[in-house]
Every structure is written in structure tokens, then in C-alpha cells.
Design a protein around this ligand. Structure first.
Ligand SMILES: [Fe+2]
Length: 416
């Protein structure tokens, strides 16, 4: 086998997209009442049933109303984001009925509100927005408050919706989906159920690693205009490094005590950092391969990408040895004096250990994936070219099959 080609950021490119205002800290959700009037006095709040019934949510809304904002709540956001739900919201309200959209919830709620803000402003069909850079113009201003730590959806300008006519999830990616402001309050994660904490933390770790090890694309100016994801770049790296430095200590502390607010806070800052990193670098093979597995096994996105990540990294290691060695250092598992290659191996094992600490399965059999599913999953995964093109090592269908076979068997002796 020939040596896999290594890509480097020869342009020394950096690209960052983020909400204009970012407020982070325990208890900062109460600042929402003071933030909304900058956009107007009529707000549509989007959330889900669990959050709407939570006294923390009711107290938040009461504070906003006391400050003079008229609040309408849509509390029926479903995890899969059916396209029809978004269109129903747009039909139920006039274009000039709200000044601002506020999203309080996990990744699905935040993704829902991103698209709702566009549809409320412009009307039309969700399907007309599918793809990259298709959204025609800004929607209503959006404020995001994440309640999981997390998907990073508070920072990203992509939304994934489910289209039943197509029978698949479809992405809508546009800078117009970027929130005007985000308030990241770690206290909101204290009531997050354990399974959701595991899934979202695994997702955040996968985002950090996939952004930091992504292919460097050295895009032209036209490429940057046409595509949101420019691959590994200096500014995404900065945020990925910050997140990776945090998770090495935060995950074990959060697993030992879910009520450890400092650990929750560090995890949420890492998840936000991860969101900024993937918002321009993009994600890669673990995300491409998870999508068909999630559809087949009905397992959470974060669990799927987390279970896949160590096997994807074993495949990518020859092209990203230096970056993985740096990750080992950032998460605190690098041994002094060890070779770069040995340190890169330690990073993969350290990532495995962090995933196990937060309760993420270490093989795909635990998700219900069986050898007879491999062909179908590989066929579907290679169709996600936006993601596979971002993988640092060239990956064809046979490579995906190899990764899946080792991942189903839980084969940790496999190194490429
Ligand atoms: Fe993800």
C-alpha cells in the first residue's frame, strides 16, 4: 500500500463564523430579558415538551415577560425535526408577528429555530433551502440558549431536518442560519438526563477531534464563497485546542459527579469551542458513517459518532500522526520522551478512555449493528461526499467496510 497523502494548511488560512454576541457563564440566562429588547418586543420561543414543563424554563420566560416582552411559546419541537412541523409554524404566524426568535433546548430545538427564523421571514418550503448556501437572505434575529453540553448547535450555521418524502435527514447550511446572539448557561445542563449527557459530550469530543484532524483544503477565494466548510484552518484549530484541553479533565469530573457545576461549565465551553471549530472546518468520516447507522439502529447521533471515532482515527492515523500526537498532549495522555507515532497511538487510546468514562459504547455491536448491515451502511456513507471529502485520508467504500468490520468487532488491536 502506498503511503497515505498528508495535507497541510499551506495558505495559513483561518476562517471563523460565530454569533455576534456570545455570553457564557452560570446564571447568565437571566440576562436574556435585557438582551431581547435590542431586537424588539415580540418573541417566539421554541422549545420541547420536557423543557417547557421545567420550572427553570417557566422562570426564564416570566423574567422576559416582566421586562416587557410579549412571549409566544412553541413547545412541540420533535427530536427528528420533521419538515412539516417547520412549515406548520410558518403558516400559523404572520411574517411581521415576531421581532426575534429564541431557542431554549438541545440541538434539535436550536436547529428547528434556525430554520423557523428563515421561514417566518420569507415563507416558502423547507425543501427549497436544502444544501449549502441556498438560503436567500437573513431571517428573523435568533438567540440560542443550549441546554445540553453539547452539540455546539448554538454556534453552528447548519440545521439537519428530516424529510419523510425523501426518507432521510437533509442539511441546510448557510451563514444566514447563524444566531445573532447565544447565551450559554451551564446551569441549564444540570437537569440533562444521563443518556443525553453521554450522547452530547461524545458528540462534542468527536467535533473537536474531527475538526482538528480534518483535511486541509487550501481553498481558492471562489471555493470559500461557494462552500461553508474550508477544512482544517488556524482559527478552527485555536478553538479545537481550547476544547480538547478542557475535556481531558472535565469529562472524568462530570462522570464522577453530574452535579459538579465547574465540570459542566468546562464541558459546555468545550462543546461551544467544538461548535466554532466545525462551523468552518467541518466534520468528517465519523459523521458520514454515523448517519446511516443512526437511521438503521435508531441510536443517538452522539453515541454513534463516539463509538465510531476511535476506529476512524486508527484509519486516519498515518495522515494525521502529528495532530494526534498534539491531541495526546492536550488531553493529558502524552508520555515524556515517547516518539510522535507512539504519542499518536496514546491519543487514540486516551480518546477511547474519555469516551468510556462518559459511558459511550466502544463498539458498534452495542448499537445493534450487525455484519449483514455493513454493505448498506458503506453504500450510504460514501454518498455523504461533503463529509468524506473532509476526511484527512482518502476513503473509498472498501475503507468504510474495513472500519465498520473492526468497529463491530470492537477490535482495538487494529492499527493501519
Ligand atoms: Fe455531531
Amino acid at each position: 500500500m502506498s503511503t497515505p497523502r498528508r495535507t497541510t494548511n499551506d495558505l495559513r488560512l483561518g476562517l471563523l463564523r460565530q454569533p455576534a454576541t456570545v455570553l457564557f457563564g452560570p446564571g447568565q440566562r437571566h440576562h436574556l430579558a435585557r438582551l431581547i429588547p435590542a431586537f424588539g418586543s415580540r418573541a417566539l420561543f421554541c422549545t420541547d415538551e420536557r423543557m417547557a414543563a421545567d420550572p427553570v424554563y417557566r422562570e426564564l420566560v416570566a423574567g422576559v415577560e416582566d421586562a416587557g416582552t410579549k412571549v409566544t411559546t412553541y413547545a412541540r419541537v420533535e427530536p427528528d425535526l420533521p419538515r412539516q412541523d417547520l412549515e406548520a409554524v410558518a403558516r400559523a404566524h404572520d411574517a411581521d408577528e415576531f421581532d426575534v426568535v429564541v431557542a431554549v433546548g438541545g440541538g434539535s430545538v436550536l436547529d428547528f429555530a434556525k430554520v423557523a427564523a428563515i421561514l417566518l421571514a420569507h415563507g416558502g418550503e423547507v425543501a427549497a433551502l436544502y444544501g449549502e448556501n441556498v438560503v436567500p437572505a437573513a431571517g428573523l434575529p435568533l438567540i440560542t440558549l443550549p441546554t445540553t453540553g453539547g452539540t455546539g448547535a448554538e454556534a453552528t450555521c447548519i440545521s439537519v431536518v428530516y424529510d419523510d418524502a425523501l426518507g432521510m435527514k437533509v442539511g441546510i447550511a448557510s451563514p444566514w442560519l447563524e444566531a445573532a446572539a447565544t447565551i450559554i448557561d451551564p446551569e441549564l445542563t444540570l437537569t440533562c438526563p444521563p443518556s443525553l449527557t453521554t450522547a452530547t459530550a461524545a458528540d462534542a469530543l468527536t467535533h473537536l477531534v474531527e475538526a482538528f484532524t480534518a483535511r486541509a483544503k487550501n481553498p481558492t477565494s471562489a471555493d470559500i464563497e461557494a462552500h461553508l466548510y474550508v477544512g482544517k484552518n488556524l482559527l478552527a484549530d485555536t478553538w479545537a485546542r481550547q476544547g480538547l484541553r478542557l475535556v481531558g479533565e472535565a469529562f472524568p469530573r462530570m462522570a464522577a459527579d453530574p452535579n459538579d457545576l465547574a465540570a459542566r461549565s468546562d464541558t459546555m465551553l468545550a462543546a461551544f469551542s467544538a461548535g466554532l471549530a466545525i462551523n468552518t472546518a467541518g466534520t468528517a468520516a465519523a459523521h458520514a458513517i454515523q448517519s446511516p447507522i443512526g437511521a438503521l439502529t435508531r441510536t443517538a447521533h452522539g453515541i454513534g459518532v463516539g463509538a465510531l471515532l476511535p476506529y476512524v482515527l486508527r484509519f486516519n492515523l498515518p495522515t494525521r500522526t502529528e495532530e494526534l500526537a498534539e491531541i495526546a498532549d492536550l488531553i493529558g495522555v502524552a508520555a515524556p520522551g515517547a516518539s510522535t507515532e507512539a504519542t499518536a497511538h496514546a491519543a487514540v487510546e486516551g480518546i477511547e478512555s474519555l469516551l468510556a468514562t462518559i459511558g459511550c459504547p466502544s463498539d458498534l455491536a452495542a448499537l445493534g449493528l450487525r455484519p449483514e448491515h455493513v454493505d448498506h451502511v458503506a453504500d450510504q456513507a460514501v454518498l455523504a461526499t461533503r463529509l468524506t471529502a473532509n476526511n484527512p485520508r482518502e476513503m473509498d467504500r472498501d475503507d468504510v467496510v474495513r472500519i465498520l468490520e473492526h468497529a463491530i468487532a470492537g477490535d482495538r488491536s487494529w492499527w493501519t
